[in-house]
Design a protein around this ligand. Structure first.
Ligand SMILES: *Cc1c(COP(=O)(O)O)cnc(C)c1O
Length: 384
């Protein structure tokens, strides 16, 4: 079934003259995120066969997702970044439709969002899009709760916490931030966009007491590329829905289609029933094959060990291959190797770390590891 999908895909991209890529970099939006399972595509096709009231569909799908995950409430969004804008809007304007129309003008509303300095990320422009202002606190190298406390007060709309930054030196444990938010009656938004796997993270941050938690639907969840999920406290999730499409508000340009809602629900159903151990074993086999195939090559050191820390403490190290390159010996820079992989046949996109390239096996399709190993050997023996 997977093969058939791929052949169809090749045709449409070839017709357009668009180069097809092997994904050895993980679920990056820039390269298409992830590939949806056929069951998700079928659910989306079915959704396309009738008209429904989108708010009703959102409500029922949200209830179903919340029930599946064991959380108070859930809402489908156009992505985790859209979720950031909706969460910020909900924490400033609540569920008031008049205030929703006023945004991004925040006159008369709490509009400060407190964030640790080392938790600033490229995606957080979405928070400012809603009209919120960031108050950056703490230090890059070392922060404590005392560095945050003075800035959480009656003008604070929310505290934003990026789960993958929890293990960074300048961070403060999420538990402490949640306790602080609770004591001052300020909601805590957790950006957990790529904190999957493990599947248990879908519930973990909510169980810890976070008010709103955002996930990407187009990464490991393998839902529609332009989908995301907000889970959390009922009143705040309902407020997010007020700002979300089809209502008029900051979320109106971030449209969530009926196909997207149904597709993400199906993806979540599949995700929580998946055989994760089997998936992990397949990844490990792919990784071990690559390590074995590449180990004899000169001017490189191949390692299955991650030199950089993983995301939040509850997240997994995903199997990957780290290739440290001796640029002078090889006669090519890491940039040039990356470029040759990308521009060669087949085109391969990889991840980077300071001294080399990382091959992430999570999004590779069956057998592609052989093509990746073959291509690297060609580059290493001078077949350009
Ligand atoms: C990927 C990512 C996002 C954006 O997610 P989308 O679903 O693509 O909008 C936001 N925050 C973090 C931490 C991410 O990794």
């Amino acid at each position: 079934m997977g093969e058939l999908d791929r052949i169809e895909t090749v045709d449409i991209y070839e017709q357009l003259g668009v180069k097809k890529l092997i994904n050895a970099c993980g679920p990056l939006t820039r390269f298409g995120g992830s590939l949806m399972p056929p069951e998700v595509m079928e659910a989306m096709a079915e959704a396309n066969r009738a008209f429904v009231d989108i708010e009703e569909l959102q409500q029922k799908a949200g209830e179903r997702i919340a029930q599946l995950l064991g959380v108070e409430a859930a809402l489908v969004t156009a992505g985790a970044a859209a979720g950031l804008a909706l969460a910020a809007a909900a924490c400033m304007a609540g569920a008031d439709p008049f205030k929703a129309r006023q945004l991004p003008d925040t006159t008369g509303m709490k509009d400060e969002i407190v964030v640790l300095r080392c938790h600033r990320i490229h995606y957080d422009q979405a928070v400012r899009l809603a009209g919120a202002r960031f108050v950056e606190v703490g230090y890059a190298d070392w922060s404590t709760l005392e560095d945050v406390q003075p800035f959480v007060h009656d003008r604070t709309a929310a505290i934003l916490y990026v789960a993958k930054a929890e293990s960074v030196a300048g961070s403060v444990p999420l538990e402490q931030i949640i306790a602080l938010g609770y004591s001052r009656n300020v909601p805590v938004i957790v950006d957990a966009a790529d904190e999957l796997p493990p599947m248990t993270n879908l519930r973990r941050f909510v169980a810890m007491g976070a008010d709103l938690v955002l996930f990407s639907g187009g990464k490991d969840l393998r839902g529609p590329q332009a989908s995301g999920l907000i889970v959390g406290k009922k009143a705040l999730v309902e407020a997010c829905a007020v700002h979300n499409c089809p209502n008029y508000g900051v979320g109106r340009p971030m449209k969530v289609a009926k196909e997207t809602i149904v597709g993400l629900l199906k993806a979540i159903e599949l995700y929580i029933h998946q055989d994760f151990e089997a998936r992990m074993r397949a990844w490990e086999r792919r990784r071990d094959y690559l390590v074995e195939q590449l180990s004899g090559l000169p001017y490189m050191q191949v390692s299955p060990h991650q030199p950089i820390p993983p995301g939040s403490p509850g997240s997994y190290y995903l199997p990957a291959v780290y290739i440290t390159i001796d640029e002078r010996g090889l006669g090519l820079t890491v940039d040039q190797v990356e470029q040759q992989l990308r521009e060669g046949e087949p085109g391969i996109v990889v991840d980077r770390f300071e001294t080399g390239i990382a091959l992430r096996v999570q999004m590779m399709q069956g057998g592609e590891e052989m093509l990746v190993a073959k291509r690297l050997k060609e580059i290493w023996t001078g077949v350009r």
